[in-house]
Design a protein around this ligand. Sequence first.
Ligand SMILES: [Fe+2]
Length: 176
Amino acid sequence: MNYTENMTSKDMVKEKNADLQKDVNIGLKKPDRKRVATGLSHLLADTYALMIKTHNYHWNVTGPMFKQIHELTEEQYNEMFEAIDEIAERIRALGFIAPGSLGAFSELTQIRSGNSEWGAAEMIQDLVNSHETLVRTARGITEAASYMDDEATADLLTNRLGVHEKYIWMLRSFLK
Ligand SMILES: [Fe+2]
């Protein structure tokens, strides 16, 4: 074996090892992991977009309910900020790249941008609609996660569903 061939085979082994290290081996099939990770990327984008919108309304809401809405939205965007980290890290644990730019998020999300000039009731109704959209995104992934026995993702989703469904109730109570 000459020098070049020797280097080539070594390189091949090195490459193979790198490939093996790149892929996670946690007892979940790659296509299933990919399906769940893709779903989580949509949830990540929805959560990010809704966090920004919630911040927008925290700043720009006006009217007699200002203080209550200002405080509730602060609590909600802080919680969502922590959630995006958890969702992104779950995508990484499944062996995939987590999207992390405004461009990627705007392509992946179903949440529409808000309107800073709306009145308080319109803002609240818009937040309710957005949380409902996000809940539907999360519910869609639950099925895939349960199907492949991905309990960690299922746990995360159960938690996210509980939080957003509670926010829907809290926000709706301003509209009665
Ligand atoms: Fe603030």
